[in-house]
Design a protein around this ligand. Sequence first.
Ligand SMILES: O=C(O)C(=O)CO
Length: 359
Amino acid sequence: MWSGRTALRQLQRIALAPSGVTGGATAKMQREMSTLQRVYVTRQIPPEGLKILQESGQVQFELWDSDDVPVPRKELLQKVKGADGLLCVLTEKIDAELLDAAGPNLKVISTMSVGYDHLFLQELKKRGIRVGYTPDVLTDAVAELTVALLLTTSRRLVEATHEAKTGGWGTWRTLWLCGYELANSTVGILGLGRIGVAIAERLAPFKVKKFIYTDVAPRPELAGAINAEYVSLDELAKQSDFLTVCCALTPETREICNESLFSKMKKTSIFINTSRGGVVNQEDLYQALSTGQIAAAGLDVTVPEPLPTNHPLFTLNNCVILPHIASASYTTRNAMSALAANNLLLGLRGQPMIKELKL
Ligand SMILES: O=C(O)C(=O)CO
């Protein structure tokens, strides 16, 4: 095992070398490296996580040294061969094909995300592969962004700045660019977890009248903190002035926001989604928005991502679309990176991870 600054610098050089290049490692160092566990990192992750891996003295890792494009699937399948661990982000499908390509050494997957719909959990369970993920550290950032998106959508900020910039700003008008306010409103949360609670805590000071939520079962331990009432999905749709989706994407929640849900919502309701695009039937949402069935929608997530610029949803003034940035603060992305790295190292040492999925 290397120790000291020279070895660390050498390890960093190897870790950060472009694919397949092992810098200027000597034969001795290469022998020592062969005792380190092998890890592939599918993205240039934020520096805190990289530093943890580099300074661990536990792993040698290669990474896809870009944040602008995901690692091509072919390259990924090649690079995971023989790896002990994989640190990935949500753009990589971790399925049977990838696990077959990796082979029997693979013991740990650590995803730098709270969502895990890109992981084929049955396959991972079958093969005894442990999974780390990054809940909690992103709750504040996601809740903040959800509130920002809700206000941007309900108070028509994108339309308003566009009008101001492009000459649409005439005289002060009595009903021009009017939207909907949170005061005295009912806010519905579809899927109550840490993020839903954090959103409600931030919205409460806006004088929301009532919080309601639905989930597979009541969650009194969470709902108590925000005084939220458990209702059916139908009631959630009927009563909510603002309906915010916070559930994970699972077979049960796929396209749960569809024509049936939108048709029960009020014409004045605002729909917000910062969870996963797959929970929404986008054709049904387009219909609901374009026919005035609901007032507006704010989406941070879509199917596919990126949403093609010629997608019909982009033609609507009452639809605000963000490029999946809910957790995108420097603090949070570094915290996610560090947690993903620590989960990986702990998992590879056979110890409990800080945040591990129960498979
Ligand atoms: O972590 C996730 O699951 C995201 O969607 C990005 O923060």
